[in-house]
Design a protein around this ligand. Structure first.
Ligand SMILES: *[C@@H]1O[C@H](CO)[C@@H](O)[C@H](O)[C@H]1NC(C)=O
Ligand SMILES: *[C@@H]1O[C@H](CO)[C@@H](O)[C@H](O)[C@H]1NC(C)=O
Ligand SMILES: *[C@@H]1O[C@H](CO)[C@@H](O)[C@H](O)[C@H]1NC(C)=O
Ligand SMILES: *[C@@H]1O[C@H](CO)[C@@H](O)[C@H](O)[C@H]1NC(C)=O
Ligand SMILES: *[C@@H]1O[C@H](CO)[C@@H](O)[C@H](O)[C@H]1NC(C)=O
Ligand SMILES: *[C@@H]1O[C@H](CO)[C@@H](O)[C@H](O)[C@H]1NC(C)=O
Ligand SMILES: *[C@@H]1O[C@H](CO)[C@@H](O)[C@H](O)[C@H]1NC(C)=O
Length: 856
């Protein structure tokens, strides 16, 4: 599979170092139901049969479908199925802690229906999973496969028995597994305090050294994702980017250690975390006064009724003396470090560039609002440090087994996670919610340390650099998982979707489109054609017809149906139904009478939309995107925001469309190269190329281009212009910088845009185009700023029309939005509140300083 190429180098690099440093770690990877082989990282997986007791009644089987998001065919494309209980036996070292990872790929396995598979998994006396459904879990995570990772306590035993037991109460149920990893690990767990229990007798202490744990989250705070091949100690852990878990609009700033700074593991095991974790951090910012007003907050969704260990990794890499900065730490609103005991990392580590970590235990109860772990940092004022600031380098959350030695939680509930009413007022203020950034990032891997010997791999990698990170175009992702996949591979149409939208027959489709008559074609995408049509009852619809020859197309259609049928928003094009009949697949949408936003901005059809109408259309589109990003308990990244994907209905209401259907389609057949071109030129987030990591900030970038298109009435790319003007994004940024932006706005708007409105609008668009995602605002902030710009315009127009009224009574001063059906709804923040606005300005000022963190 593609996308693996980066890992090849990193793993080679890794094992070279690994041997050289003489760390000896035993590690085993078994390829269940198969003879074994190498995965795309070059790691060897061995046959599983010899670890199974002879008598086992089990079935070796091949997956019927290879999901494009799979990282590797080994171990996913084969599975072992257990219709009755079965045990793998491994000989292990006594008194040794082990890391165990299970890989599950709920695909189609001949007559075995994975949606009927519910099972229990135990490791010795420890219950790891119970009534586990890989299929439901993947569906909820909208991923093709799931990896579950556990850390097993040291024991006296020299064998480890891992038993799979189908849940007896489901008829024809079975257990299955695709791969198991077993890795020796140092016992990195010890004593910690339980936050929220101040018991002087010490009953608030938890000793995890002989407990079993499940990994819930593992983040490289303020830095890039780290793929398994770049982990330390042979543990092959994945570290993810943290920003998606940040709660609230204040995300602080990210800092990088000086390249020449040595990271000195004098106080902790080298296996604790890779250097990269300690070389990057997220801090509150430069402005002490500002920092006192907020908490840097991360939030994670977890299973209730368990105790969790929160491990915070720190490394002071800026200052060389104590009391420069110190922070309070709160976990679930309880003080973990505070007052006299606030965290001065320099003191904890006794040095600059010396990593430390601290563990805290927290009990998470059952209850709709309680099933979270929330970590907050703010500056300690008591110790009067030089700077009021707080920072964090890495974060891990582990679930601790309960008193029955169980780690098993419930299956996630896909519907509860996916369906959230669009009018939930919280969705506006809440910018960060649970989700995982998909994709072990490949971009950075090439920079890995081992130089000479990996040159070959390096060159090999360069060719495919920029390769798409195996994500489906829809990117709905939900926290609590460690996998890089993103797309549900369920090979059946989600029954849920069938309940939520209409099922059409092929005959109905043919009738609606006059047998797919060419004269009804209104668009063409990589997947096939879009037709205009009328369905029974006279409703006008747009029908996307898949290219019947494309297997990939079918999967994309299913994804789009599953996702879209659950999303309803005034500013998203709605799916009315679908047709899956006679080898044809069609999606039926609301027909957007006024076509694309682009055709009203330029080209021959340019309409006389007033500035205010354009602004309202931008606001509508921003609202739709904001909903995609934060409106549900998972985040969806559109990936192809552009003016042709913003459609307008009869009343000029903007609706975001084409949630990526067209994008993964064509490139599947063509291998790597074409996958580079994901999204549209002129709109592509530069950082996406560099880091291979897609976040919702990529959409924000593209939206910034849309804003300039609306302002300047020209395409994002116009190759016929002089070189420096070809790319609208670059050109607009340079004009803005030189203070001559007014020269490039649409001449029709000259003198009609209120200067303050223009300033606010341009400022917002410029911020969206920041080179680094982290500097770009969240969609919620973009929305708020645009609304504010609109108010400035309305105020100015109001004043003008009052003047006009006074001057020439009865003149034509009709409000120019009379044809615009879209009215702004109150959004809680849209009332132009000066105070709030000023704060917002300060914040962005801070964020924009990020480039030079040491210059304080
Ligand atoms: C698999 O099982 C589910 C749930 O029991 C059922 O809805 C579905 O139709 C089955 N699929 C096949 C292909 O039998
Ligand atoms: C199966 O059902 C019986 C009673 O209906 C119950 O006692 C038992 O705990 C169930 N077993 C499982 C594995 O759910
Ligand atoms: C790290 O430092 C702490 C105190 O600063 C000390 O208690 C602990 O033993 C040290 N750990 C190691 C591995 O040196
Ligand atoms: C959590 O514990 C409470 C109290 O023991 C119990 O009522 C509840 O059902 C448990 N919740 C889950 C999800 O197990
Ligand atoms: C923490 O405080 C916030 C705000 O007061 C509240 O909404 C939330 O439920 C609290 N969380 C916990 C875990 O107590
Ligand atoms: C930061 O979080 C803590 C714990 O939830 C809370 O007590 C405190 O008021 C918060 N501070 C600010 C400035 O929001
Ligand atoms: C097993 O999981 C399914 C899906 O989450 C749930 O509907 C069912 O009630 C569970 N069964 C048991 C015995 O817990």
């Amino acid at each position: 599979m593609k996308n693996m190429n980066y890992s090849v180098i990193s793993v080679v690099g890794f094992s070279l170092i690994f041997n050289a440093v003489l760390v000896s770690t035993q590690s085993l990877a078994i390829d269940c139901g198969a003879k074994g082989g190498k995965d795309e990282d070059g790691r060897t997986w061995v046959e599983d049969a010899k670890y199974l007791s002879k008598s086992e009644n089990s079935v070796q089987i091949q997956a019927g479908y290879q999901d494009p998001s799979l990282l590797s065919t080994v171990p996913y494309m084969s599975a072992r199925i257990f219709p009755s209980p079965a045990t793998y036996k491994f000989s292990i070292q006594a008194k040794q802690r082990y890391l165990v990872r299970f890989h599950f790929y709920p695909s189609t396995y001949q007559s075995f229906n994975v949606s009927k598979s519910f099972f229990e998994v135990t490791a010795g006396a420890v219950k790891l999973m119970s009534n586990f459904s890989a299929s439901i879990t993947c569906q909820a995570l909208t991923q093709a496969y799931v990896i579950k990772e556990y850390s097993l306590a040291p024991s006296e035993s020299e064998t480890l028995e891992i038993t799979f037991t189908p849940s007896a109460n489901h008829s024809d149920t079975f257990a299955f597994v695709n791969g198991i990893e077993l890795i020796e690990m140092p016992n990195l767990f010890g004593m910690m305090k339980m936050v929220g229990y101040d018991n002087p007798l010490g009953a608030n202490l938890v000793d995890a050294s002989s407990e079993n744990l499940e990994t819930m989250f593992r983040l490289n705070v303020g830095g890039q994702s780290i793929p398994p091949g770049k982990d330390v100690g042979g543990l092959l852990r994945s570290w993810f980017y943290d920003e998606p878990y940040i709660f609230g609009a204040t995300i602080g700033v990210t800092l990088q250690a000086d390249k020449n700074l040595q990271i000195d593991y004098r106080n902790i095991s080298k296996s604790s975390a890779p250097e990269d974790v300690y070389r990057s951090s997220r801090s509150m910012g430069r402005d002490s006064d500002m920092n006192l007003k907020f908490n840097l907050t991360w939030e994670f969704h977890v299973d209730p009724n368990f105790t969790y260990i929160v491990r915070l990794h720190f490394c002071e890499f800026l200052y060389d003396k104590p009391n420069m900065r110190a922070s309070n730490i709160y976990i679930n609103n309880e003080t973990a470090q505070g007052g006299e005991e606030s965290a001065d990392i320099y003191v904890w580590a006794n040095g600059k560039g010396v990593p430390v970590y601290r563990d805290y235990a927290v009990l998470v109860n059952d209850g709709p609002d309680d099933e979270n772990v929330k970590v907050q940092l703010n500056p300690s004022t008591l110790l009067k440090p030089q700077y009021y600031d707080a920072f964090l380098n890495g974060l891990e959350i582990f679930k601790l087994n309960d008193e029955k030695k169980s780690l098993a939680g419930k299956n996630p509930d896909p519907s509860a996670m996916m369906i959230r009413t669009e009018n939930d007022p919280r969705s506006f203020s809440k910018t960060g919610d649970d989700y995982v950034v998909v994709g072990a990032t490949g971009g950075a891997a090439a920079a890995f340390v081992v130089v000479a010997l990996v040159v070959f791999f390096y060159t090999k990698k360069r060719k495919v650099d920029g390769v798409e990170s195996h994500t489906a175009s829809w990117l709905p992702v939900y926290g609590n998982s460690h996998v890089g996949g993103s797309k549900s591979s369920s090979n059946h149409l989600a029954s849920l979707a069938q309940g939520l939208c209409r099922h059409f027959s092929l005959a109905e489709m043919k009738q609606a489109t006059k047998n797919f008559d060419e004269s009804n074609v209104i668009g063409v995408g990589g997947f096939g054609k879009v037709y205009k049509g009328v369905i029974s009852g006279g409703t006008h619809v747009a029908i996307k017809r898949s290219n019947p020859s494309s297997e990939q197309g079918i999967n994309e259609f299913q994804t789009e149906i599953e996702m879209l049928s659950k999303l309803r928003h005034k500013h998203l094009v709605s799916l009315i139904g679908f047709c899956e009949d006679g080898g044809e697949m069609c999606l039926v949408y609301d027909y957007m009478a006024r076509g694309t936003f682009r055709e009203h901005i330029y080209n021959n059809k340019k309409t006389n939309l007033s500035w205010k109408q354009r602004l309202e259309i931008c606001i509508g589109a921003a609202r739709g995107l904001h909903y995609l990003h934060t409106g549900a308990k998972y985040t969806i990244i559109h990936r192809d925001v552009k003016t042709t994907n913003i459609l307008l209905d009869e009343k000029w209401v903007a609706k975001v469309s084409d949630f990526g259907l067209s994008k993964t389609g064509p490139d599947m057949n063509q291998g790597h190269v074409s996958t580079v071109v994901k999204g549209s030129f002129g709109y592509l987030d530069p950082e996406y190329f560099r880091r291979q990591q897609l976040t919702e900030k990529s959409d924000v970038y593209s939206f910034g281009v849309v804003l300039f298109e609306a302002l300047c009435s020209r395409p994002a790319l116009n190759p016929s212009l002089p070189k420096e003007q070809v790319s609208l994004a670059d050109w607009a940024l340079s004009c803005h910088k030189k203070g001559v932006l007014e020269d490039i706005i649409d001449p029709d708007f000259k003198g009609k845009i209120d200067p303050e409105c223009l300033q606010k609008f341009a400022e917002t668009a410029v911020k969206c185009l920041s080179d680094q995602g982290i500097e770009r605002p969240h969609m919620g902030d973009v929305l708020w700023n645009l609304e504010y710009a609109l108010q400035l315009q309305e105020t100015a127009d109001g004043m003008k029309s009052r003047l006009n009224l006074a001057g020439e009574q009865g003149s034509n001063h009709s409000r120019d939005d009379s044809s615009v059906g879209h009215r702004r709804e109150p959004s809680g923040r849209s009332v132009g509140n000066e105070l709030e606005l000023n704060e917002g300005k300060d914040e962005s000022a801070i964020f924009s300083q990020l480039a030079n963190p040491t210059g304080r």
